[in-house]
Design a protein around this ligand. Sequence first.
Ligand code: ZN
Length: 375
Amino acid sequence: MGKEIDVRNQMPGGNSKSNIKEFIARHHSGTTGGDVFAFLRHWIHVLRWFTGGYHYVILPNGDYQRCYDDNVITNGVGNHNTRTIHICLVGNGKFTAAQEATWNKLVKELKKKHNIPVSRVLGHNEFAGHRSNFCPGINMNMVRNILEGIKATIAPSATKEYPKLQRMLQLDSPFMRGKDVEEIQKAVGAKQDGVYGPKTEELVIAFQQQEGLAADGIVGPLTWEAINEGRTLKTVPSKSAQSTPATGRWATIQSTLNSRYNTGLAVDNTPGPLTKRGIVRGVQSELNSQTNARLTVDGIVGPKTRAAFINVRSGSRGNLTWLLQAALLFNGFDPGVVDGVNGTNTQSALKRFQRAHGLTPDGIAGAQTWSVLLR
Ligand SMILES: [Zn+2]
């Protein structure tokens, strides 16, 4: 392991503390170089945080900066910081052997010290609500297997023992398939065909709600943990059970999606993954009718849909603009009234969204912007 560089007395903030640490998060810096002092400029001056993002920063040569005591609450993963120790590897999806060696040694020490199981060593984008993040730029199942001493390469005859940690399952294009999907389907009472389709996802979401997990339809480490404990979905939700439809901004969007695109959403005024899928279905329908794109209206953004996106510019009006507004709102960038008119407020929300995601803030929703909005 590289040597420790103690920079704790040079870090700002660090006043909020929690002695219970249950997760270790892996990050990458998204840069090819730099160290905690370079990142600090961004955290403090741009993001206006009082405390930095990581407890440890592992440099390309394998040395690491110790930035905060483990009990400090830092700003690594929104909504998941209190009980998480954050470790960042400097790099952008590419890391040196020296860094990996330090990572393994450091994580093993922290796991032991705080009694954290390997299933709770997560990548940034494995935390609920952070799926769209590219961080940590590495396959975490491989990372965890290496931590467990399971070789990353293994003879085919031994593959049965290999997937000790299950892969992440989600509705994808093409659909994910396998024995692990069947296992999930069994737990949530879906037809056990080994194909992770929309119906399976719907039941997974209900299961996640029942278990108090983030209801995102993605079977990540925490959902697997619940399933491995033998938990099953008790009551299958029924759409007709809702007697009085909810009201509100999202309820209006949901019922409009239902009437325009036949999306069959529960009008609960709560935007979740199914509502987002409804928005995607709307976009696919509009692309089909406006540009004859011949997309399957499945609510999944695959390569064909990505290739079919068209530019929506300032001043545009209509259903696609309305869907753009709904997508912005879903992503937390409020376009004002969702009315299908691309005016000042929509432009402002769109540019803020683009800036926040490293896109050119030109106020034009093009292929790239659509892809990020709907992922
Ligand atoms: Zn991160």
